[in-house]
Design a protein around this ligand. Structure first.
Ligand code: OGA
Ligand code: MN
Length: 270
């Protein structure tokens, strides 16, 4: 199989075509996919009719998928690495997480010492309108910072906490505002302001202002790529160098996505 890799032409991401994820991939193909993933931070693969087992097997191209650390309620007992993102309610119970509301820009599981590294989302059902997902390019956002800001944030860390105390480790993690991506070795802006509790070494107001400024910079349209889902789409993204958000959609429509998750350090130890 020779896969075709086509950059989106937008702020990040590439589409992988001439690929069928129902069968195991050969080593050369896995190598190409991993290289494309590191180069583009996000891969879109369309038209896939895959089982949960196929999704878990494909997720292993990027490391070891784990049962989602917080989204346990929705976990399929037969394939524990899969969780559900959905607004569908059956017999009074939500079948998945995140409902139909807007989900603000974030990187996944930043309140862990080893946050979400790679996330995969497979679209089974999608509304006719809304529910698009948007990703930011953290490398490009970092590169475009002015030299004074780069100097100001070098070596500075933020403390991350989840608003639900049950999810937090005994001591909260500190992640650098500028991470060195553990695999690409490139510097990237790493922020997820809604879970950032404070900036180490700054008072509350100064730290919040810095995070707000970096956030406003990072989500400028020139750094953002938007995806409108179709059933059969699979997207793999790299949380270490991107943030994502989802727009809301009408709750009378169904959206059903299957999700796998990998965890890992967000920065190379220097
Ligand atoms: C996620 C997430 C966005 C979406 O699964 O981590 O943020 O489009 N989902 O459902
Ligand atoms: Mn997310």
């Amino acid at each position: 199989m020779t896969v075709t890799i086509t950059p989106t032409g937008g702020a990040l991401g590439a589409q992988v075509s001439d690929i069928d994820l129902r069968a195991p991939l050969d080593e050369e193909t896995v190598g190409r996919i991993r290289a494309a993933f590191l180069a583009h931070s996000l891969l879109l693969i369309r038209g896939q009719q895959i089982s949960k087992e196929d999704q878990v097997r494909f997720s292993r191209c990027f490391g070891e998928p784990v049962p989602h650390p917080t989204n346990t309620r929705d976990r399929d007992p037969r394939v524990s690495e899969i969780t559900i993102i959905s607004n569908i309610v059956e017999a009074g119970q939500a079948v998945g997480a995140l409902g139909n509301d807007e989900v603000a820009f974030h990187a996944d599981l930043v309140f862990l010492h080893e946050p979400g590294s790679v996330s995969l989302l497979y679209c089974v059902e999608t509304p006719t309108e809304g529910g698009n997902t948007f990703w930011t390019n953290g490398y490009a956002a970092y590169d475009a910072l002015d030299p004074a800001t780069k100097a100001k944030i070098e070596g500075v860390k933020a403390v991350y906490v989840h608003r639900n105390p049950a999810y937090n480790p005994p001591t909260p993690p500190q992640h650098p505002l500028v991470c060195i991506h553990p695999e690409s070795g490139r510097p990237t802006l790493f922020i997820s302001p809604s879970s950032a509790e404070r900036v180490v070494g700054m008072d509350e107001t100064e730290g919040r202002q810095l995070l707000d400024d970096l956030f406003a910079h990072a989500i400028q349209p020139r750094f953002v790529w938007e995806h409108s889902w179709q059933p059969g789409d699979l997207i793999v993204w790299d949380n270490r160098c991107t943030m994502h958000r989802r727009e809301s959609f009408d709750n009378s429509q169904r959206r059903l996505m299957l999700r796998t998750q990998l965890l890992g350090p967000v920065t190379k130890e220097l």
